[in-house]
Design a protein around this ligand. Structure first.
Ligand code: UD1
Length: 429
């Protein structure tokens, strides 16, 4: 299993290109199931999760080609991929595939809308809390879908198609919003989705669906209205920049010090995180093509943070920000409100010398003078990159084990950091 070796102490200076967003690419790829025409997606990041979803979609009959070729290039750069679901050959998403990635459960939306039936295994994915699917089920039921759960599978049937209707989420869910929106595109009538997730990835998906002929308004706000249409066509759409990757590198610069231009991204995707970083002492300046991040030698200020659905501080940056606060000139409090078990990085940060106490959903982080390199273990996607950030400022050598988590969500991480002067290398085994 690959490991990553980092020698801390170098500042970061240079340019980091930001990739297309994993969390936008996945639902966009799934949307290809809604039409027998070709959906072309540009700026698809080259990540393990994307490759896994390609396999899952292939199981349903989705054909794909990368820049006109059948084989994926293996250089690790974002690509243009054409997806064509001419015929859906299977409406079952089996456990073996869905258990590897939670987002693959989302195929239930397009499958039920286009085929009137879907049988999808209950999901797996990152071990960060129970992550149930009740909101998906209640939402689909409100649109006339009959659902039962049997043997670990969700069996959904809509013999007369998706019906118009209204559903208010009792809790904001990104995935359930994606699914309801996709299912509603082919509804008989109009669907109103209230208390919808407002994440930029939801807006990006709606934009793509509209380019395919859907009639969606309000995406990005709390209420989304979808007027059902008879069928969707192909389209060409660009995956938006990855705001989590953007925030992660901004935090890496704040941690290590230096001067980096984050390119091909936009500050509007992560205002709350950038404001937090400014409060911690980083200099953040949005430009036309990205974000300029600097921090000189001065110490970091402690800042309290609570995660929230967009436009709040993203849970996917919580671990990285905690890494940063381990070196602050005082005590900060970090509260996780989205997932119940998203503090697995705490133990590993402690191995590097961090002083963190957990009480319920709040971590109290007392800044220390210096972290020291050690062997650590990546436990989920965002936790693993928080260890990389901590290691950049730790004295000596850190080895991060189980880096397959990183490969799920960060394109060419070692290369991007090395080019800015960090000592980061992959140890293959
Ligand atoms: C997506 C992101 C993930 C991010 C999360 C929150 C992708 C591929 N993943 O995950 O990186 O951390 O949004 O911003 O885009 N919930 C229920 N019942 C449900 C569905 C969800 O109780 O049926 C709960 C979850 O357990 C969690 C909360 O709702 O506590 C938010 O989860 P949700 O927004 O659905 O996360 P994902 O879409 O899985």
């Amino acid at each position: 299993m690959d490991r990553i070796r980092i020698v801390g102490g170098e500042s970061l200076n240079g340019v980091i290109p930001i990739s297309g967003a994993k969390n936008a690419a996945l639902p966009l790829m799934i949307a290809s199931l809604l039409t027998d025409d070709t959906l072309t997606l540009e700026n698809v990041p080259h990540l393990a999760d994307v490759e896994q979803l390609i396999r899952i979609l292939g199981n349903h009959g989705v054909d794909y080609s990368v820049n006109g070729r059948r084989q994926a290039q293996d250089r690790g750069y974002s690509r243009t991929i054409h997806f064509t679901a001419r015929d859906i050959v299977d409406t079952t998403a089996p456990y073996e595939l869905v258990s590897k990635m939670r987002a693959s459960f989302w195929v239930i939306g397009p499958l039920i809308a286009r085929m009137g039936e879907a049988r999808v295994s209950l999901p797996g994915g990152c071990a960060i809390g129970t992550r149930p699917v009740d909101l998906f089920i209640d939402g689909l039921k409100a649109l006339g879908v009959e659902i039962d759960i049997d043997g670990g599978y969700v069996n959904a049937r809509a013999p007369k198609g998706i019906q118009g209707g209204s559903y208010e989420f009792p809790k904001v869910s990104v995935g359930a919003t994606h699914v309801l929106m996709m299912a509603a595109t082919l509804a008989n009538g109009t669907v109103e989705i209230r208390n919808a997730a407002r994440e930029p990835e939801v807006e990006n998906l709606a934009k793509c669906l509209n380019a395919m002929g859907a009639r969606i308004s309000g995406a990005g706000s709390e209420t989304i209205i979808v007027e059902g249409v008879g069928s969707l066509s192909g389209a060409r759409h660009r995956v938006l920049p990855d705001r989590i990757e953007t925030g992660t590198y901004a935090m890496a610069v704040a941690m290590a010090g230096g001067d980096v231009m984050l390119e091909d991204t936009s500050a509007s995707l992560l205002e709350s995180a950038l404001d937090t970083l400014r409060a911690a002492g980083a200099e953040i300046n949005p430009t036309n093509s990205g974000i300029h991040v600097r921090r000189n030698g001065s110490g970091l200020e402690p800042v309290d943070v609570s995660t929230d659905p967009f436009p709040g501080f993203p849970t996917d940056l919580q671990a990285q920000f905690m890494a940063l606060m381990t070196r602050a000139k005082g005590t900060s409090h970090i509260t996780e409100t989205i997932f119940e078990n998203r503090f697995m990085h705490v133990q590993e940060l402690a191995r590097l010398g961090a002083d963190i106490a957990l009480s319920g959903q709040t971590a109290t982080v007392r800044g220390v003078e210096q972290l020291k390199g050690a062997q650590v273990m990546a436990t989920d996607l965002r936790a693993s990159v928080s260890l990389v950030i901590a290691a950049l400022a730790a004295e000596g050598e850190t080895v991060v084990n189980r880096v397959y988590h990183l490969d799920r969500g960060f394109e060419r991480l070692e290369e991007k950091l090395t080019r800015c002067g960090a000592t980061v290398e992959r140890l293959s085994s």
